[in-house]
Write a protein that binds this ligand. Structure first.
Ligand code: AMP
Length: 129
């Protein structure tokens, strides 16, 4: 059961549609565990979303319910994406918004990768900073 307070997984959410190829996205990376694409409303010069292929509403749900293989596969993919985008050396920010207080809008777990310039020192999503 989801533990995020977002309710059960909704197969009609926009990232589920992207995963199924029903709506387009600007693909950055994909493997058996993860799918990465450019955010449609970038908040930094590089703003990429990395999502698991599995049906998890949030980080809370993913961490509680995903298999060890899914968790390892997903987080290794997050690192690969950042490396392949050239973000690792200058540095970047990884953010997961969870639930209402976290400002999560899309109920499919995703990690935001922000980079391409020195970011605000605040530990928040630049959009709401
Ligand atoms: P969050 O508020 O953490 O749920 O973030 C959702 C993110 O999804 C926002 O940064 C949106 O700009 C982004 N987004 C929404 N629809 C799309 C889409 N069709 N393609 C790419 N990014 C999207």
């Amino acid at each position: 059961m989801p533990v995020s307070g977002l309710g059960p997984y909704d197969d009609a959410n926009i990232f589920a549609k992207i995963l199924r190829g029903e709506i387009p996205s600007r693909l950055v990376y994909e493997d058996g565990w993860a799918f990465a694409f450019h955010d449609i409303a970038p908040q930094a010069p590089v703003h990429v979303l990395v999502i698991p292929r599995g049906r998890y509403v949030s980080l809370a749900d993913f961490s509680a319910s995903a298999s060890n293989e899914e968790i390892v596969g997903f987080f290794r993919a997050v690192g690969v994406v950042a490396r392949e985008l050239g973000l690792e050396e200058p540095g970047y920010r990884a953010v997961a918004n969870i639930g209402a207080h976290g400002g999560q809008e899309v109920p499919h777990f995703h990690v935001h990768l922000f980079g391409g310039e020195a970011l605000s020192g605040r530990m928040v999503n630049p959009r709401v900073g």
